[in-house]
Every structure is written in C-alpha cells, then in structure tokens.
Design a binder for this molecule. Structure first.
Ligand code: NDP
Length: 483
C-alpha cells in the first residue's frame, strides 16, 4: 500500500480518537491513542520479552488471538528449563527433559505464526505509548502491548572467594560446566530441587558429589530426595554454612564451612562449587520503568497479569515468587497472552490497523541484499550467494549452523556471537539457519545441528557436529582465528 493512503488512515484514526475520547475502550484510563502509531517504525502489536514457558505460552495466545506476536528471545533462549534434566511434573508427561519441553513449546508457537527475534532487551521506555523497547543489538522497537516473561537468575552466596573464582571453579550451571569436572570431587550448595538436579547432572562426570545443606533437612520434594538414593557418588552434609571459597590463585581447592550445631569451622576440600540456592528475578533492565516489589519481582494487579503500567503484562518467575513451577509459569503466560489480546481489542485494534502497521513491522522493511560487514561480529547468512561472497573475500570463515527447533543450538548461538564480537575483524563469523538457507545446507551436507564448519581459502578444513560449551567453542574457534 502507498505511503499516502497509510497516513490517511492513521489521520482518520487520530481524528476519530480525538472525537470519541477513546477508541472503543471502557474507561478513559484504559484508552490508548492508536493515532500515536503514525510515523513509528518497527511496531509490534504483542511483544513478548523472554522465551521460557511463560513467554512461549503468552506468545501462543497472542498469535491465536489474531495479533502479530514477537518473542524477543534474550541471551538464554528457553530460560532455566534448558538446564534441567528430567521433569516429572510437567502436565501430561510422565517424564520429559527441560529442553524437550521448550522444543515442543517453541514448535507450537512457530506453528501458530509467532515470530522470534534473536535479541535481548536493554531497557524499555514506558513514558509514552507505543512503548519503546531498546535492544542489545541497538534496535528501537515499538510495542502496542508488552508481556514481560524474563524469568529469574541464580542467586549468589556473596562470600569471599566467590567472585575471584567465578567461572574458575564456582558456577551455577551444572549442565554447562559438569564435563569440566570429570573424575574430580565437587560440592553443590543448597537443599532445594535445584540442588538435587545439579548433583544428579554432576554424577555423570564428578567422582564424588557432596550436597551442602545449611539446615538439618533438605527443602527438596520427597520424590526428588528419593531420586538421590540411586546415586552412590552423591552424599549430603547437613548444618553447614559456606563462609569462604578458597583456592590456589587459579582454581578452587576448598570451601570453608561453619557448622551451625557444633560451631566448628572446617575447610572442606573440593575442586568445584556448584550453587543451587534459588533465584533472583531478571528485572534489572526494568528499573525505573515498571513498579517492582522490594525483592525485584514485577508487580501484577489482582487476578490479572497486568502490571501497574497499562498495556504491559508479566508472567512466570519474574513476577511469581510463590509457585515458580514451569507449569504455573506456562499458565500465567496463557493469562498474560489473553490479557494482552483483550487490551488491544478493547483499545480499538482491528484488522484495518493490523494491515496498516504490517509494512512497518520489525525486520520486514529491509530491502535488497544485506551488506556483508563482518567488522561488528557474527552475521546471519541467508543464501549460498552470500556465503560464496564471503568465501571469496575472507581467508577464514567460521560458520555456526542452527535451526529454530534445536534447543542446544539456541544455547550455543549467543556464545558464538559474543566470541565473534570479541574477535571481530580477524576472521569472518557467520550464523546460518540450516532450514532457511537450504541451498547452503545441501551443498555442504548439513543434516545435523548444531554444526560448526570452518572454511579456509574456500575449502572446509574442520567440521564439528554436536553441542559445545562456551569454553569448548572458544578453544575450537581460537585455533582458526589466531592462524
Ligand atoms: P529453593 O528456593 O527451593 O531452594 C534454595 C535452597 O538453597 C534452600 O535449601 C535454601 O536453604 C538454600 N540456600 C539459600 N541461600 C543459601 C545460602 N546463602 N547458603 C546456603 N544455602 C542457601 O530454590 P530451587 O532453585 O531449588 O527451586 C526453585 C523452584 O524451582 C522450586 O519451586 C522448585 O520446586 C522448582 N524446581 C523444580 C525442579 C523439578 O521439578 N525438576 C528442578 C529445579 C527446581 P533453606 O532451605 O535453609 O532456605
């Protein structure tokens, strides 16, 4: 449609809005002025921030409600479920892995027409509507409604040595780091379900795992504690508080404990300290734009998922500090999706407006071939032509093949991108959706993802199939980037 007719419609909307006071809404307080969309680019009717169970279900309901829905996936697509092994309390499943739940939910969302944006949100501006979302990639997107579903992040102990050895023996992610502790003795701190999960994940690698619990009992569900009995390498030490993490300057060698019953101190030898002591809501990017509780959770109103800002909703661990289950997060996500759809309908969103903003949607306005500039980090390739261009221009090209339905690919992609950012300019880093760029996949026999291909002088010199941790990815890339 021509620009002029689009503006005519927006002007008409603005006029109508001005005349009627509000656009089909029930109260003046709940109205927004659709005329304010005029002249704005990158407009998303429903923007979901976060891609765990809450975000994905919110997106499914946004799309099913007939609204163009975008999920900003964040730096850890899929959220905490991606670090979970067996889940026995997901509706309808006797036993399922966390990544499998996310894979199924993501497929369902894609099937419903949800769009996924590989970017994380830096801040949102709620001072005027449509709300502005500033992303880490430097885009400014406009949202008619927002659903915040950014989950929560692992808590830290805040004891001496924790920062010094973070990433060098202290970690909060067994699923990411367990392989580095093969044959070593490690401790897990915490007495909840996460501690049990982490210990079980570690049992495939570490020779001995001690769970350190500060009380005389664990908080984990009986069924979870029962699972531990099948793992002879796991033991539990009660009544101990961690006081200091000690090491030799490069790596962890032990942890100082205080026994709350005997009041004795001891240094417990260990090569790794795995934290499983709960989570903090991921809301630092919201400070000053959305009212939060003292604990940092997003505040929602009564029996709705609406925040104290009109048209902004929230769901999952980021707002719920009480239940914190994948199942309840998904349920709250459904409620938030329904609330957002209703908000748009109540405020006059209709097929005419949807059609008018569609040409301005995020990512849809880019015309022509993308400029293949490798100086800013990894670039996403869409065709064999683009790859050929790069191979002709650069001595070394490192490609990370992924697909939308591959959870481990989504874990690797942000790592690959940050490595590419650090080493930008040295070699060409590219990411390739193996399903979308089928001409590339066919030519280079890509039938499994994640897959890393390294080209030197136009020829494949290395091929690695399967997931890589951030450390492994770094050392894989370094051998080619430094040549
Ligand atoms: P929880 O809050 O349930 O447990 C945290 C544990 O860490 C508690 O035992 C707590 O001790 C301990 N702790 C907290 N701070 C310290 C500290 N400074 N020093 C030592 N210990 C400390 O968190 P989880 O992450 O385990 O679980 C969160 C939610 O996720 C729960 O609802 C859980 O059911 C769910 N979940 C479910 C899973 C599944 O079903 N597969 C897997 C993982 C989590 P204290 O008890 O003394 O307060």
């Amino acid at each position: 449609m021509k620009k002029q007719s689009r503006y005519t419609i927006f002007t008409a909307i603005a006029l109508l809005t001005a005349l009627s006071g509000c656009f089909g809404s029930k109260t003046a307080q709940s109205s927004v002025d659709m005329g304010l969309l005029q002249g704005k680019a990158n407009i998303m009717p429903v923007a979901v921030i976060g891609s765990g169970p809450a975000g994905l279900m919110a997106a499914v309901y946004g799309a099913r409600g007939g609204k163009d829905t975008y999920v900003l996936e964040g730096n850890k697509p899929g959220g905490l479920l991606m670090d979970t092994t067996e889940v026995a309390n997901w509706p309808g499943e006797i036993m399922i892995t966390g990544p499998k739940i996310i894979e199924k939910m993501r497929n369902q969302a894609l099937h419903q027409g949800v769009n996924f944006v590989e970017d994380a949100v830096e801040r949102i501006d709620t001072s005027s509507w449509p709300y502005a979302i500033h992303t880490e990639n430097g885009d400014i997107l406009h949202a008619m409604s927002i659903i915040i579903a950014t989950g929560a992040a692992p808590k830290r102990l805040n004891i001496p040595g924790e920062d010094e050895y973070w990433g060098a023996g202290v970690t909060a992610c067994a699923v990411c780091d367990a392989p580095f502790y093969k044959g070593l003795e490690v401790v897990v701190i915490g007495g909840g379900d996460s501690a049990v999960e982490e210990a079980i994940q570690l049992s495939s690698y570490a020779s001995k795992i001690t769970i350190l619990v500060r009380k005389d009992r664990m908080r984990a569900a009986e069924s979870m504690q029962e699972r531990l009995k099948g793992y002879p390498s796991i033991s539990i030490k009660y009544n101990v508080e961690p006081r200091k993490i000690v090491g030799d300057g490069t790596e962890v060698t032990g942890i100082e404990l205080f026994n709350v019953q005997t009041h004795q101190h001891e240094t417990f030898p260990t090569s790794g300290v795995f934290l499983a002591i709960g989570h903090n809501p991921n809301t630092s990017f919201l400070k000053g734009s959305i009212p939060l509780t003292e604990g940092g959770n997003v505040i929602v109103k009564g029996r709705t998922q609406e925040t104290l800002i009109h048209g902004i909703f929230s769901a999952g661990d980021v707002e719920d500090h009480r239940y914190r289950q994948a199942g309840t997060s998904a349920g709250y996500g459904i409620a938030a999706g329904l609330d957002a759809v209703r908000f748009l309908d109540d405020n006059g969103y209709n097929p005419a407006i949807a059609a008018q903003i569609k040409p301005q949607l995020f990512g849809k306005s880019v015309d022509g071939a993308q400029e293949l500039d490798i100086s800013q980090g990894a670039i996403e390739l869409e065709s064999l032509d683009e790859l050929d261009q790069l191979l002709a221009k650069h001595e070394v090209v490192i490609a990370d093949f992924w697909t939308k339905t591959c959870p481990s690919c989504k874990v690797m992609l942000p790592h690959f991108r940050s490595i590419a950012q650090e080493m930008s300019g040295q070699v060409a880093f590219v990411t390739i959706d193996a399903e979308e760029a089928s001409d590339i996949s066919e030519k280079y026999f890509v039938n499994r993802v994640p897959l890393m291909l390294v080209f030197k002088d136009g020829q494949i010199v290395s091929r690695h199939s399967g997931p890589l941790s951030k450390k492994e990815l770094s050392s894989f890339v370094e051998q080619f980037a430094s040549n």
